[in-house]
Design a protein around this ligand. Structure first.
Ligand code: NOJ
Ligand code: NOJ
Length: 565
């Protein structure tokens, strides 16, 4: 019954979601008046909440849907192509807009949202948000790869500088603190790290296609580092992803489910390293996530534990009352459909001790093991899981008004749509969930076969690749108890974390120096800092950062810097 109501809803809602999405994009969208060409309005709602802005994240996700649709359709819709070019052009312009996060070279790319006429939003906000440049790069790279496949090298080359700016920002700054996708917690965030990892991988591959030799390594090295760091979010005891390193919450969050679907690579099988939808970790996480909403929303009462329920951003959420979100509930369905597609393609599914509780929802006596697609267990599990997935679609369907409009949320006590109306991202999330329902999978992005190196304790160690040596020297007068350290944008310099900065030696005082092995042929930034060993205080050298390109493999160099007072 749920499955037929899911199908009916998909038939009805699919075209309405596409119309609703396009209506929110300038210049012609009926709900986007005043928006410049290619600018996505998050929602036309102007009060409570006011969403008449353009978020880099929402826009990139919405345009990823459009680009994927455009490149996969056999009849190319010219107006979509125009819109995609408008988007690319608008983003190039936005990169140049000075804003409260900085300018194009000092961090402005991390600004989360802009006015829809391409001017800066000057109000206070949770900034920076470091997923934006990564997501935008992913969308543009996907488009550029298609251009290259269709011999449009010149157009691809005109988009490259925009992409490179985002990739360099990600490569240099991925490990710095920023706000999570919900704009509330300033720390590291699973979604952000995973998006950054994907952008860097795809960026390295594109750099290769375009012959940008010096960048391939730089992006791959940081991709390795980010992938390494990504592993650290896993909570071994409770078997789910702690989505933020800060925030003081459980960490159970749609953040992780969205990560799974937006970094889905059908050729990566059920790899847990990249948290593929059917990986044991992602499935265990999904169960913990879904279950966390069973008791807190009144509309979820009366369902058994293997039935779908409405889900929200995270259980502790209080924004607009703390309600279910359409895009969160669709994401659950999407992860399940994508899992089913991969199991089908590989002709089997695997149950590990980590994913066992997830599968036991559908068959309480099922055991760990490999189940081929011709077994009864496989049949039973996959048909139950499909019904479960359909259930999440049907729940959203139940709370969608007849005209098909999708707000941001629906109320946890009576299911009435609430918060921002016609949220563009809600429409995009319906579209991608419906495609997944139909077994249409996204194209690979390079997650296949990725590995991480571990040390003897099983901790991930990044593979830094070819190295070169740098002697850093700086003249600095200090007082007793003060020491000069260097920190910067690469792991060898502690990724801007004073606690992991490298100490310089005052053996030729007032000259301080240190020799450090760094990845060869990469560009990076750094600063000197003074740490007082008595008080523990840290004083940073003034802006701007020092920028440097390391020498090629095996070579060494000496850099004598002047302290920035
Ligand atoms: C507005 C943000 O858009 C939203 O994500 C957040 O939950 C609320 N502010 C409350 O901080
Ligand atoms: C609030 C959400 O938390 C955030 O993720 C989103 O970017 C904005 N609203 C705009 O839709």
């Amino acid at each position: 019954m749920l499955s037929s109501s899911a199908n009916d809803y998909i038939q009805r809602e699919g075209p309405l979601a596409r119309t609703g999405l396009l209506a929110n994009i300038g210049p012609k969208g009926s709900q986007a008046s005043g928006a410049k060409p290619g600018i996505v309005v998050a929602s036309p709602s102007t009060s409570n909440p006011d969403y008449l802005y353009s978020w880099t994240r929402d826009s990139a996700l919405v345009f990823k849907t459009i680009v994927d649709h455009y490149i996969s359709s056999s009849h190319k819709n010219v107006s979509l192509r125009v819109l995609i070019d408008d988007y690319a052009h608008a983003q190039t312009q936005l990169q140049e807009v000075d804003n409260p996060s900085g300018n194009i070279t000092t961090g402005g790319l991390g600004e989360p949202k802009f006015n829809i006429d391409l001017t800066a939003f000057e109000g206070s906000w949770g900034r920076p948000q470091r997923d934006g440049p990564a997501l935008r790069a992913i969308t543009l790279i996907t488009y550029v790869n298609w251009l290259l496949d269709n011999s449009n090298t010149s157009h691809a080359n005109t988009l490259w500088p925009t992409i490179q700016l985002d990739l360099d920002y990600v490569a240099n700054d991925w490990n710095k603190t920023g706000f999570d996708l919900w704009e509330e917690v300033s720390s590291s965030s699973f979604w952000t790290t995973a998006s950054q990892h994907r952008a860097l991988r795809q960026g390295a591959a594109l750099a290769k296609s375009l012959g940008k030799e010096d960048l391939i390594e730089k992006y791959n090295i940081q991709a390795d580092n980010a992938l390494c760091f990504l592993q650290s979010y896993w909570n071994h005891e409770a078997s789910y992803v702690t989505s933020n390193t800060g925030g003081g919450r459980s960490g159970i969050d749609a953040n992780s489910v969205l990560t799974s679907i937006h970094t889905f690579d059908p050729s990566a099988g059920c790899d847990a390293i990249t948290f593929q939808p059917c990986s044991d970790k992602a499935l265990s996480n999904l169960k913990v996530y879904v279950d966390s909403f069973r008791s807190i929303y009144a509309i979820n009462q009366g369902f058994t534990e293997n039935e779908a329920v409405a889900t929200g951003r995270y259980p502790e959420d209080v924004y607009m009352g703390g309600n279910p979100w359409y895009l969160a509930t669709f994401a659950v369905a999407e992860q399940l459909y994508e899992s089913l597609s991969v199991w089908d393609a590989q002709g089997s599914l695997q149950i590990t001790s980590i994913s066992l509780p997830f599968f036991q929802q559908f068959s309480s006596d099922v055991q760990t093991g490999d189940y081929k697609s011709n077994t009864e267990t496989y049949d039973k599990l996959t048909s139950e899981i499909r019904a479960f997935a359909d259930g999440f679609i049907a729940i959203n369907g139940r709370y969608t008004p007849d005209n098909g409009s999708l707000a941001e949320q629906y109320r946890k006590d009576d299911g009435k749509p609430t918060s921002a109306r016609d949220l563009t991202w809600s429409y995009a999330s319906a579209i991608t969930a419906f495609l997944a329902h139909d077994g249409i999978v996204a194209s690979p992005w390079g997650a296949q076969g990725l590995q991480i190196q571990t040390d003897s304790d099983g901790h991930c160690i990044a593979n830094p690749g070819p190295m070169s040596e740098i002697v850093f020297k700086v003249e600095k007068d200090t007082v007793y108890g003060e020491n000069v350290f260097i920190t910067g944008s690469i792991g060898q310099l502690g990724n801007w974390d004073p606690a992991h900065a490298v100490k310089l030696d005052p053996k030729s005082y007032p000259y301080w120096s240190v020799e450090i092995e760094v990845p060869a042929s990469i560009s990076f930034s750094y600063k000197y800092i003074i740490q007082n060993q008595n008080s523990g205080s840290v004083a940073w050298e003034n802006d701007p950062n020092h920028d440097l390109q390391s020498s090629s493999e095996g070579k060494s160099m000496v850099v004598t810097d002047t302290w920035h007072n």
